[in-house]
Design a protein around this ligand. Sequence first.
Ligand SMILES: NC(=O)C1=CN([C@@H]2O[C@H](COP(=O)(O)OP(=O)(O)OC[C@H]3O[C@@H](n4cnc5c(N)ncnc54)[C@H](OP(=O)(O)O)[C@@H]3O)[C@@H](O)[C@H]2O)C=CC1
Ligand SMILES: O=C1CO[C@H](CO)[C@@H](O)[C@@H]1O
Length: 279
Amino acid sequence: MREVEFHNGNTMPQIGLGVFRVEDGEDCKNAVKHAIVNGYRSIDTAMIYKNEKSVGEGIKAGIKEAGIDRSDLFVTSKLWLDDYGPGNVEKAYDTSLENLQLDYLDLYLMHWPGTDEDLMIETWHEMERLYNNNRVKNIGVSNFMVSHMETLLQRTDVKPVINQVEYHPYLVQNDLKLYLDSRKIVMESWSPLVNAKILDDETIKEIAEETGKSPAQVVIRWNIENGLVTIPKSVTPERIEENIDVFGFSLSKTQISRINQLNKDERNGPDPATFTGNR
Ligand SMILES: NC(=O)C1=CN([C@@H]2O[C@H](COP(=O)(O)OP(=O)(O)OC[C@H]3O[C@@H](n4cnc5c(N)ncnc54)[C@H](OP(=O)(O)O)[C@@H]3O)[C@@H](O)[C@H]2O)C=CC1
Ligand SMILES: O=C1CO[C@H](CO)[C@@H](O)[C@@H]1O
């Protein structure tokens, strides 16, 4: 398993399991446990996914069966927009910890920038407090565009370690990638498989044939080669195993550039410039 290094010296596995749209319950617990037993060391959830409790149970069961320690895992959760602002952030963090039955998170993210700049900054100040008080190992953001990043870096002290954004062959966000690279902030891809839609793409299928790998493995490997952290979601045991089995092959320069050329700046999820989560 490869890891990326943050600007603060901490590290994060390059692949993790995503659990959006996985209902709280046995399926969620089993997916997380199966992932850990099969080599995953990073799990990505969020308060708004309403499954932190079973993610926590899966973590507990996975740690036990894999014979590892909590410190061998990297657990991410996210602060939802309703909990932005002074006085709310630490409370929301504590609720996530309680749900997950953990005493710290490896990474806590502001889930969206929102549309109120001052609130975004006040919220980040609260995130900084959690970090400075050693309550969380790393803090980062999600769905921030270059404009949000600029404001954040100008008006606050602690630089986020990561920005988790929609990224896949149809939406590569080159300007954002260059911006983040130049500031040593890691880019992380959500919906890397475009909710499985990319798996029917002709170019991806061709490259899968050429490499003898599955379309999902090709897309995940392309993320790895481009230096991203990625968190494909699956609740299917064989797919969970398949998605992390991407370190025994590589893509040629030509194959990478053929995938890069699929970009059409097409979002599958909301536009971060306007998304308020109904706040
Ligand atoms: N920060 C943010 O705003 C957001 C963050 N995220 C995070 O990113 C994660 C991943 O994104 P997500 O939107 O879930 O979608 P993905 O792009 O990861 O696609 C998941 C879908 O692909 C299927 N799939 C997974 N692996 C394979 C495979 N090997 N072969 C065939 N089909 C496969 C899954 O099916 P099945 O499960 O049935 O196997 C599921 O239907 C989320 O779970 C969440 O953690 C997502 C959205 C927004
Ligand atoms: O991570 C995500 C998935 O769930 C949320 C709400 O449904 C999205 O807005 C968010 O980006």
